[in-house]
Design a protein around this ligand. Structure first.
Ligand code: NIG
Ligand code: FE
Length: 433
């Protein structure tokens, strides 16, 4: 049995109570902490913690790793509940075209965008896709990510969507971090179906989804519900088919326009509504009502608004109104949206800074949104997202830092010293020496 003892931590941050799945509204800023703390883990799970003043000491020193975290914060590892990390190639040419003045939508209309990525992915082997995505996830783990959701959506044929999800499954088996997967075949209408929208949605619902469910290749379904992409009615068809196979929705809604996707997502018991850069009053109201009725949600956990500020940063589009969501009593989660078109970064430390700087979230709110709420936005809230007895010992140990707010404040600096996943280092810094 391998055991781990972290002692003298400047603070254990995010010591959420057992059973707590989501923090909402004003509670998001009440980030529980133990100052001058110790934490113990056995076989990859957190077993005990407390303040040093109450540390009873250790009798059995066999097979024990001791970390002196003097001056350092210990945090739950970041959870990333929205990514498109399996892709074939970057899209720097679109980046340069946007600098010259084209918009994301104009580039897509010229055959760039998601379709461009799909053509490249269809031509790439499973092994090559795996090797590339593994490299990206290795870097994300070093930056503190301990769980990730990965979407399909660059195949847009039965065969290539399945290929993406099989790559994601291999990543899950090969890497120590937790991986959840989402079928996002309704990401863009592929050219083969340009005159047959219904035919494409039929193919997703009648052919792809049953196969994905039978092979257990996905946990959730997603639809890019947006003007010029998929309509609310089309999203509802995919959501209904997903539910039939036990796959709840995690949805791209309200990125550029407000067309009623949130209301439909709630009606279909979606677990998260993601993006939300453009929210009308009616959208806030729908979210507020869903929150007040959360006890009747399918699994008792409410729909979680999931915000992606590094996408807004990169595309120069509006930032989601996090302040109004939280001040209305709602929960908020954060994610990277890592993908080649709108967010070529999976660095959640940057998301932490952007959440504070651009979304005006307090450091405590942003940390809650990247840990407990992010874990629950991919249904991992019982396993991850807090320094809580029984949860996985998947944690970040920072470099020495003067305060917790210093982490988002000194943006662009690498504040992470050590990252542990299930008690084992995926990055070893000075704290482990
Ligand atoms: O979440 N908005 C839709 N999907 C991605 C971008 C996909 C792409 O441009 O390749 C997003 O931003
Ligand atoms: Fe996305």
């Amino acid at each position: 049995m391998h055991r781990l003892l972290i002692k003298n931590a400047k603070a254990l941050v995010g010591t959420f109570p057992q059973g707590k799945q989501v923090m909402s509204g004003a509670d998001m800023a009440r980030l529980p902490m133990i100052e001058d703390g110790w934490l113990q883990a056995e076989d990859g799970r957190i077993t005990a913690m407390g303040p040093m003043s109450a540390f009873a000491g250790i009798d059995d020193w066999s097979d024990l790793t001791v970390i002196d975290a003097t001056g350092r914060y210990v945090l739950p590892g970041w959870c990333d509940p929205h990514t498109h990390t399996v892709f074939a190639a970057p899209r720097e040419e679109e980046f340069v075209n946007r600098i010259k003045g084209l918009s994301y939508q104009e580039i897509a209309a010229r055959g760039g965008g998601i379709i461009n990525s799909a053509m490249k992915l269809r031509a790439m082997s499973e092994d090559a896709l795996f090797a590339q995505a593994k490299g990206r996830l290795d870097e994300m783990m070093r930056r503190g990510t301990v769980a990730v959701e990965i979407k399909s959506g660059y195949g847009l044929t039965v065969e290539s969507e399945l290929k993406m999800l099989r790559v994601a499954k291999r990543l899950k088996e090969a890497l120590p971090l937790q991986v959840k997967t989402t079928l996002l075949a309704a990401h863009a209408l592929p050219p083969e179906f340009k005159d047959d929208r219904n035919g494409y949605v039929d193919m997703i619902c009648d052919t792809l989804l049953p196969q994905v469910a039978a092979e257990r290749l996905a946990d959730f379904v997603d639809v890019f519900c947006e003007t010029n992409y998929f309509t609310v009615a089309e999203m509802e068809r995919v959501l209904a088919a997903g539910r039939k196979h036990g796959l709840p929705g995690k949805l791209h809604v309200n990125q550029f326009t407000s067309i009623g996707g949130i209301q439909a997502a709630i009606a279909h018991h979606a677990i998260s509504v993601d993006h939300l850069e453009v929210l009308a009053d009616a959208d806030f109201e729908a979210l507020r009502i869903a929150h007040s009725q959360r006890s009747v949600a399918s699994d008792g956990i409410e729909v979680i608004p999931t915000l992606l500020p590094s996408c807004s940063f990169f595309l120069r589009i509006p930032y989601a109104p996090a302040r109004r969501l939280i001040d209305s009593g709602l929960p908020v989660a954060l994610a990277s949206d890592h993908n080649p078109g709108s967010t070529p970064s999976g660095n959640l430390n940057l998301v932490l800074s952007l959440a504070c700087i651009q979304l005006r979230m307090l450091p405590e709110e942003a940390i809650t949104a990247l840990t407990l709420n992010a874990a629950s936005a991919m249904r991992l809230g019982s396993e991850l997202g807090g320094l809580t007895v029984g949860k996985r010992a998947s944690l970040i140990i920072t470099k020495e830092a003067p305060s917790l707010a210093y982490l988002p404040y000194a943006f662009g600096t690498d504040h992470i010293d050590t990252v542990l996943i299930d008690g084992k280092p995926v990055r070893s810094g000075a704290a482990l020496q």
